[in-house]
Design a protein around this ligand. Sequence first.
Ligand SMILES: C=CC1=C(C)c2cc3[nH]c(cc4nc(cc5[nH]c(cc1n2)c(C)c5CCC(=O)O)C(CCC(=O)O)=C4C)c(C)c3C=C
Ligand code: FE2
Length: 475
Amino acid sequence: MTDPSTTDQSTTDQSTTVASTTVPSDAPAEGVPGKGTSAKGVPSEVSEGAPSEGAISRRRLLGTAGATGLALGAAGGAVGYAAGSSFSSDASSSSASGEEVAPLSSLGAGEVMFQGKHQPGITTPLQARGHLVAFDLAAGAGRKEAAALLRRWSETARRLMAGEAAAQDDTGVARDAGPSSLTVTFGFGHSFFARTGLEKQRPDSLDPLPDFSSDQLDKARSNGDLWVQIGADDALVAFHALRTIQKDAGGAARVRWQMNGFNRSPGATAHPMTARNLMGQIDGTRNPKPAEPDFDERIFVPESGASGEPAWMANGSYAVVRRIRMLLDDWEQLSLKEQENVIGRRKSDGAPLSGGSKATETTEMDLGKTDSRGDLLVPINAHARISRPDQNGGAAMLRRPFSFHDGIDAKGVPDAGLLFVCWQADPLRGFVTVQRKLDRGDALSKFIRHESSGLFAVPGGAAKGEYVGQRLLEG
Ligand SMILES: C=CC1=C(C)c2cc3[nH]c(cc4nc(cc5[nH]c(cc1n2)c(C)c5CCC(=O)O)C(CCC(=O)O)=C4C)c(C)c3C=C
Ligand SMILES: [Fe+2]
């Protein structure tokens, strides 16, 4: 069993109130109950119900949050959609055989707050579905149109994340579901600033990423004026948000590229644990944790201007997005031992190869340990060795990826891999430093291909009544 406190999935957004989960979940709910959430993590407005400005709250349509969503039984994951039933999210119950089963829970009730110091979707636990979309401003659209768009998008994000319907012409696709931990995150690309006459406000940190020798990038699926990351634990909730955001763009912006991804569904594993990727590895073990003293400094732009960052980026972060194809046909030819040597960790439980049979995922890696023949137990080119902060002058990033699978390509091989999204206060010190090192001799590089790339400035969270990016667009 892995220690959930070590996993990226256990991280919680500072602006997050996640519904309590009383059954094992891949996304442990550590959210501190706060505004809009009862002590049990279930939205407290449910019975009082005060949907804003005439909106019909989806939660109200559902009756009570406790009576909605997916009811998960621990015994084999017995599942029933319990809308309108008397199922409760915190009541224990018995199976037909009289056997005690775990209390029911509602995945749909998970709610992340839109407003906060940081935007949602950065430290939020991994969600089951994700859409990454880049937009380019339409010809003739400038700062005014961009400001109006960000205002519309922010209002949509706030409403949908609270489980309300869209302000206009809601399609009804998500009407039976709760917020399902929906997050919508907005960022600006390098090209946005010239398009809007805001060049002077463009952070140096947005300078284009250098070329890496192993890049095989498709320009049409890279970069973009604006970037939106959508995540939710329900596929329809995520799609609904995507569609609403696309419709909100109206004539102001058009989609440049879109990528769709997924993670394991909460509750799929017997215990909360770090995610696995499509190569089967436990991935995310050594992510920085919000409780660590240097977490904020590594991931978020500080409030003071001392960093050389523009004031509008205070509490923001930089997202590097890479579509990384996994060459699964080649990878799967390797023996288990060969696969483990590529990473430097055991495939079964993520323990470092230097740790011996008693090691666990959290055992410290011993970089100098050798076997009886004097060979390093963690090979010199192992991915988990050379990507470490202590091998890269302290460089660190918060990795928050989605897997993708877009079928079989023209050559008959799986078009599958990782939508690698990483967050840092300074992309040059974070992603670029580590990727330069990986580019020079990562054992994993034979089995992956970077196919597209983006770098986006993601401003801090919106205050009440504010829209994301307002300090840039109206500053
Ligand atoms: C430039 C940054 C990185 C890229 C690109 C990248 C791609 C990539 N990684 C895996 C699988 C694993 N990565 C692991 C650790 C790890 N990877 C990076 C950075 C990049 N990875 C870092 C900073 C770390 C942590 C290093 C540390 O602090 O010890 C691991 C080991 C488990 C873990 O700590 O998460 C795996 C497995 C894949 C499959 C991949 C591209 C498809
Ligand atoms: Fe990695």
